[in-house]
Design a protein around this ligand. Structure first.
Ligand code: ADP
Ligand code: ASP
Ligand code: MG
Length: 422
């Protein structure tokens, strides 16, 4: 008998009919003799609906009190879907019980709306499993040491599922979603994208951090840290397909490199529309300038991504970096009000209409010329590269947002990732 964690995303839980389908699938697994913990997301659209109600009442504020209430609110989405799934399972004749994060408990730190899981007590869940029940634990939420409900950031149910799998020593964590695995790039943007049967943990980590939202990045970090076997697969296959076939479907995240080395140099292309560029122009070129610009940005809790500084002319340099679009206005205000007057720079300008496109592959470690091929492909399409950032297994460029699809498709073809068509 093995212990398996199933996670179902919002679309998979999106209607009573779909919840019934999930219940039947889970019952199939349980009746085959497996102990099953299910981690559902809120029904699709529900988290946005709840957060939208809050925004109607008051503009977003960066205060702990406000974020605490957002967590109280958003956590109800998963509480509802979990109870509905338990009801659907019971209707299938499958004994089942659902728990909110605080009842387990899933303990987190106190960073409301982006809390980190610290520990999970598995006693209650294990007792139910041993009594023959399917146990449902809400995704996306936990409780801090003061008893406040917290949430883990958007897409956080993936992380709940992997963390529960790690805490319980589960044999596998199956992430059921609305696509049938991890693709070479988002199949909704590039129809020629190809499903990967395996992807290395490191590549998955890069793809998630560079914008592929198929898995929340923290879930991949957890899987890597605790070596949780993890698979991404479709919840839209008929619930009664052969279990052995289902268990081998989708994309497996692997921890060994060797078998991958033979494969493509570039395994996937990730992109992120959600960034904005900020430039400080005419910065006096003297020691400490990067710190004097980015220090206050960091103090304001604003995360900076790609950074470039150009060569100075006449003792002045331009300094540019990207931030999340949601931090764009705040960053501009901060730099204009506090940094600009003190620094003696010329002006602060910004561009919210940029995006970041990245090629990812562990094969890049052992191959030269991959980045230059990327730059050539983009230049052949007439796309100007505004910023570049590289690591051992990825190269990212910042370009005008209007070229996003063109860039991703051209790179997808050039690196041989397109599906073979019959
Ligand atoms: P869920 O609600 O199940 O958590 P998400 O919407 O969070 O689902 O993630 C699944 C979506 O991720 C897909 O519908 C797809 O559009 C998108 N996606 C982005 N990049 C990729 C990729 N490389 N492979 C597969 N899906 C991707
Ligand atoms: N319901 C949450 C969200 O929409 C968490 C999740 O679905 O993973 O972000
Ligand atoms: Mg998701």
């Amino acid at each position: 008998m093995s212990l398996i964690v199933h996670k179902y995303g919002g679309t998979s839980m999106g209607s009573p009919e779909r919840i019934r389908n999930v219940a039947r699938r889970v019952t199939k697994w349980a009746r085959a003799g497996h102990q099953i913990v299910v981690v559902p997301s809120a029904m699709s659209g529900e988290t946005n609906r709840l957060l939208g109600l809050a925004a109607e009442l008051a503009p977003a504020r960066a205060t702990t009190e406000y974020h605490r209430e957002l967590d109280m609110l958003a956590a109800t989405g998963e509480q509802a879907s979990s109870a509905l799934l338990a009801i659907a399972l019971q209707a299938e004749g499958m004994p089942s019980v659902s728990y909110a994060g605080w009842q387990v408990p899933v303990r987190t730190d106190s960073s409301h709306t982006k809390a980190r899981i610290e520990s999970i007590d598995d006693q209650r869940v294990r007792a139910d499993l041993d009594a023959g029940r399917v146990v449902i634990v809400t995704g996306f939420q936990g409780i801090d040491e003061l008893g406040n409900i917290t949430t883990l950031g958007r897409g956080g149910s993936d992380t709940s599922a992997v963390a529960i799998a790690a805490a319980m020593g589960a044999d596998e964590c199956l992430i059921y979603t609305d696509v049938d695995g991890v693709y070479t790039t988002d199949p909704r943007v590039v129809p020629a994208a190809r499903r990967l049967t395996t992807v290395s943990f490191e590549e998955m980590l890069e793809m998630a951090s560079l914008g592929s939202k198929v898995l929340q990045i923290r879930s991949v970090e957890f899987a890597g840290k605790y070596k949780v076997p993890m698979r991404v697969l479709s919840s839209f296959t008929p619930w009664d397909i052969d279990l052995a076939e289902e268990a081998q479907s989708g994309t497996l995240i692997t921890f060994e490199e060797d078998e991958k080395m033979e494969q493509a140099v570039v395994s996937g292309i990730a992109f992120n529309r959600g960034e904005a560029k900020v430039s400080v122009l005419g910065v006096p070129d003297s020691p400490g300038m990067a710190f004097r610009i980015l220090g206050p940005v960091a103090d304001a809790n604003i995360e900076v991504d790609v950074i470039i500084q150009n060569i100075s002319k006449d003792g002045k340099a331009d300094f540019s970096f990207t931030v999340s679009q949601s931090d764009f206005a705040r960053t501009l205000d901060l730099l204009r009000e506090t940094v600009l007057p003190e620094l003696g720079a010329k002006e602060v300008v910004g561009d919210p209409n940029i995006c970041k496109v990245s090629i990812v592959g562990i094969g890049m470690r052992s191959h030269v010329g991959v980045a230059s091929k990327m730059f050539r492909v983009l230049s052949e399409e007439g796309i100007n590269i505004q910023m570049i950032s590289t690591s051992e297994i990825k190269t990212s460029v910042v370009i005008d947002e209007k070229y996003l699809e063109l860039a991703v498709r051209a790179l997808h073809t050039a690196f041989g990732l397109d599906q073979e068509t019959a």
